[in-house]
Design a binder for this molecule. Structure first.
Ligand code: FAD
Ligand code: NAI
Length: 328
């Protein structure tokens, strides 16, 4: 009997590891607490269409990741996004074009992890509470009290604060992971019946509660009938307003948006707010992935590298590489 490898987290890091292990002939079994894959690259279905509330786009600076992105592009799950970019600073909104290539999933960000999942074995709506070792193998206990296993090895591919709780079997690893701080981001989406009268499609913002805004339907493959916008608050504002009610978050950030966008902003016909508690690591690391190879426990995720989609994907590759290196 082949004993599979468990991967906790079906975000881009977990799925990157899964793909590399499957390519090497290993059997994996994924677990995710969410209803679907993607994690912070998931897209929220709403009455205004699917909205990318987390990762907005990604860049590819590492040649291995670029090769992967080009493969996704050839399969149609990724396309280049060429927004009219602006910069907002000291009360001034100015066009800010550049040469950077930016990628998005099509027709929504979650298309990428959906394609990576293919026919992998995965348990969704399954939050793992404990990772423990039996006599020979690993077992996982979920929050409903169900036990899963046996597994030969375990890869933990979740944000660092959530990973710490799953690493009690490896106190040294747990201590390293516990040192990683992750900051929150409040995200809101607004929809307008009539398109706003602005050419702006993406904007980097300074000196405001907001740090980013994007016109969702300017991304390739989107076909919403309303003009939807996604706005992200800064880490500082998000921390200061972490427990604010969603309606109040929408009201305040809508106010900031109306002040800076430079055109009339009518009442939105649609709005929602989402709080990302562990949106990004407060600093970058160069760990690649973390491992206790003797026990067969691995941890990966964006927080091991750059806190971006590219970093998460590379970290998943590195976890798989280190695991394969230690197989008998
Ligand atoms: P995640 O995507 O967080 O995946 C972890 C998965 O583990 C999740 O699906 C979660 O449900 C699951 N999980 C957690 N705990 C458990 C548990 N106990 N049991 C089971 N499952 C569990 N990056 C860019 O490159 N460009 C951007 O423009 C960009 N913008 C961003 C904007 C926002 C608001 C946010 C939040 C992130 C943004 N990022 C961006 C960062 C990017 O989204 C992440 O770096 C990347 O998606 C992280 O992938 P991951 O697999 O490491 O983690
Ligand atoms: P990138 O190269 O497009 O952006 C990096 C940074 O450079 C931007 O944040 C911005 O400050 C600046 N910048 C880039 N182009 C600009 C332009 N034309 N005009 C003005 N400023 C410009 O992409 P990269 O390096 O892949 O970064 C990904 C993006 O994801 C960043 O914007 C980052 O802030 C964002 N992110 C947001 C998170 C969140 O929780 N809100 C989490 C992780 C990433």
């Amino acid at each position: 009997m082949t004993i599979p490898i468990a991967i906790i987290g079906a975000g881009i890091a977990g799925l990157s590891a899964a793909q590399a292990l499957q390519k090497a002939g290993q059997t994996v079994h994924l677990f995710d607490k969410g209803r679907g894959s993607g994690g912070r690259m998931a897209s929220k279905r709403s009455e205004a269409g699917a909205l990318d509330l987390g990762a907005q786009y990604f860049t590819a600076r590492d040649r291995r990741f670029l090769a992967q992105v080009q493969e996704w592009q050839a399969h149609g799950s990724v396309a280049e996004w060429k927004p009219h970019l602006y910069n907002y600073k000291a009360g001034q909104l100015t066009p800010s074009p550049d040469e950077q290539v930016r990628w998005v999933g099509v027709p929504r960000m979650s298309a990428i992890t959906r394609a990576l999942l293919k026919d992998s074995t995965v348990n969704f709506n399954c939050r793992i509470a404990e990772v423990f070792r039996g006599k020979h193998y690993w077992h996982l206990q979920d929050t409903e009290g169900c036990s899963h296993g046996p597994f030969s090895r375990v890869i933990i591919a979740v944000p660092a604060p959530q990973a710490t709780q799953l690493l009690t079997a490896a106190p040294k690893l747990a201590a390293t992971v516990a040192s990683v701080q992750m900051d929150p981001t409040w995200a809101i989406a607004l929809g307008f019946e009539s398109p706003l009268d602005t050419p702006l499609q993406g904007c980097f913002i300074q000196d405001s509660a907001l740090e980013w805004l994007a016109r969702n339907r300017s991304k390739p493959g989107r076909d919403e009938h309303v003009d939807t916008w996604v706005l992200h608050a800064t880490a500082n504002w998000s921390k200061q307003h972490i427990d604010l009610a969603k309606e109040a978050v929408i009201e305040q950030l809508l106010g900031n948006f109306a002040e800076l966008i430079g055109c009339a902003v009518p009442a939105p016909c649609f709005s929602l707010a989402h709080r990302w508690l562990y949106a990004r690591p407060s600093s970058n690391h160069e760990w690649g992935a973390l491992a206790d190879p003797d026990q067969g426990l691995y941890a990966c995720g964006d927080w091991c590298l750059s806190g971006r989609v590219e970093g998460a994907w590379l970290s998943g590759q590195e976890a798989a590489r280190r695991l394969l290196e230690h197989l008998d």
